[in-house]
Design a protein around this ligand. Structure first.
Ligand SMILES: *Cc1c(COP(=O)(O)O)cnc(C)c1O
Length: 224
């Protein structure tokens, strides 16, 4: 077994059945992605539309792609025909655009609300108070071509585990609050996407249902 396949297997063995693994393939070649695909894995995440559009035609059709990075509204139309989930919804304007393009494409698109939980300035996402100021029941009713399936967030890059625990705990609490207020009887509002190569075990302890892992499977990225 190759190195990539071995690392994938080690992580998968440690995931309980309710937790999905998004293999983050940004910057990785078609050959590297195929090593994971050939192990039977079908869930992949990319954070740039152009890169995804370039690689996708060279890869099998049955891959489920998630967009996990900041998405510009003018790029939505290019991914709507095939994307499985948009995890990085960070504005209502983006959500409206996804709904409109999905309607044109005759699709209903699964999305996650990205919450800004880290103390670092540079990360995209709604602030918690912005999220709580929105009536998500009304939004869902107004936008029949999207399905809001949960929340996504990134913790601070820090060795201080207590900070990471606290940030993931906040994201999970936000998920519970939204579920209780707006999505109580909607079974697909079920995802808390949190945890990356350095912190996925911590994220699972705090209730993650979806981890997004790149480096721990493919090795260090050479760029971004
Ligand atoms: C790059 C990226 C990941 C994966 O990061 P690794 O540290 O390589 O596991 C996860 N989530 C998002 C949003 C990313 O941009």
């Amino acid at each position: 077994m190759g190195e990539i396949a071995g690392k994938l297997k080690t992580i998968k063995e440690r995931l309980s059945s309710g937790i999905s693994l998004i293999v983050v393939s940004k910057t990785r070649s078609v050959e590297e992605i195929m090593e994971v695909y050939n192990e039977g894995h079908r869930l992949f995440g990319e954070n740039r539309v152009q890169e995804l559009l370039t690689k996708r035609p060279c890869l099998p059709d049955d891959i489920h792609w998630h967009i996990i990075g900041h998405l510009q509204t003018n790029k939505v139309k290019y991914i709507v025909p095939f994307i499985s989930m948009i995890e990085s919804v960070d504005s209502l304007k983006l959500l409206e655009t996804i709904n409109r393009e999905a309607e044109k494409a005759g699709r209903q698109i699964d999305v996650l609300i990205q919450a800004h939980i880290a103390t670092e300035e540079t990360k995209f996402g709604f602030d918690a108070d912005e999220i709580l100021a929105v009536n998500w029941k009304i939004i869902s009713d107004q936008m029949p071509n999207i399905r809001i399936c949960g929340v996504m967030g990134m913790a601070s890059f820090t060795d201080d585990l207590s900070v990471v625990h606290a940030e993931f705990k906040r994201l999970h609490a936000l998920f519970v609050r939204l579920r209780d207020e707006y999505f109580g009887n909607i079974n697909y509002f079920s995802e808390v996407s949190m945890g990356m190569s350095g912190d996925w075990e911590t994220a699972i302890e705090e209730g993650s249902t979806m981890i997004r892992v790149g480096t721990a499977i493919f090795g260090q990225r050479k760029y971004y």
